[in-house]
Design a protein around this ligand. Sequence first.
Ligand SMILES: [Zn+2]
Length: 168
Amino acid sequence: MNTDAHERARKLIALAGPETLSAADRPSDQRSSNAWLAAHLETCASCRAFAENAAQTIHGLRAIPIAAERSLVSTTQIRVRRRALELRRNRERLRLVSVSCTAVTLCALLSTVVLWRGFEWLGERAQLASSVWQVGFLVFCVMPALVAAILLLAKDRHLADHTGSYRG
Ligand SMILES: [Zn+2]
């Protein structure tokens, strides 16, 4: 057997189309080539080994996309589930924030009303003009914010001086 025959056989194996295609659908020259190849493979062990090797390689290559798809599907499912959980947590957090905001607003309103009534009562008891206890009420309401602002400013100044001294 000459080397041309082996070469032709291996070329035919390498170029072989899908096996699912039935023999009748193939072009006649290909059919005759297949017949020749089958005859050659029956007599040549080395080309038979090559054909088996090629078939195994093709089988292995076909298995890879399936494995990749499966892992892709599972990771996508995990990601989707995680995102859904995240969204639900965010919604719950948002609801908690809105509930506490409402509670804080109601508390502030209630305490303002109570404070107003308290100042009114005190003003009447002390026989003060309504404008006086009203100013007192305003000062009392604004005072915490004012004190906090002053403290924050003082802290900023302190920090600025401190970092300035470090730099200098
Ligand atoms: Zn051969």
